[in-house]
Design a binder for this molecule. Structure first.
Ligand code: DQA
Length: 145
């Protein structure tokens, strides 16, 4: 099964961005880990990152058309993008929401709401990079494999 792992804005700087919050693993390393974790589970994982909201919307629209399961860390867009809400609402295959940190435990009030959660089979947050492995496990069960 083909699976998309989609990462939103500022996640391209993983490893350098606020390592005290997001850790020291780079996005390239995360991508390699996700591909390996997927392979162990019989999933063909493709990892993408963008700082451009429209690009993420295009990927989600294609995932809707192709019924592709998605692991999504929409980063800051999670908290306010109604276009993202609408795009997630069109997905047909399971969607798992992932965050490296636990946004609900962070001091900024704006992080406490997610437009993705209503459409996610599960939210995995606060487990660092391992959260992506957990999200793939959730997808495996959701797909009934
Ligand atoms: C994040 C949490 C968001 O609040 C933040 O805007 C991010 C990353 C996380 O993975 O912990 O960019 O989604």
């Amino acid at each position: 099964t083909r699976v998309l792992v989609l990462n939103g804005p500022n996640l391209g700087r993983l490893g350098r961005r606020q390592p005290e919050i997001y850790g020291t693993t780079t996005h390239d390393e995360l991508a390699d880990l996700c591909v390996a974790w997927g392979a162990e589970r019989g999933l063909e994982v493709e990892v993408r990152q963008t700082n451009h909201e429209g690009e993420l919307l295009d990927w989600l629209n294609a995932a809707a058309d192709e019924r592709t399961p998605v692991v999504l860390n929409a980063a800051a867009w999670t908290h306010y993008s109604y276009a993202l809400f609408d795009a997630c609402g069109q997905l047909e295959a399971p969607l798992v929401e992932v965050h490296i940190s636990e946004p609900k435990q962070r001091p900024e009030e704006f992080r406490h709401y997610s437009v993705v959660t209503p459409f996610a089979v599960e939210v995995v947050a606060g487990h660092g990079i391992e959260g992506y492995r957990m999200a793939l496990d959730v997808l495996v069960s959701a797909l009934g494999q």
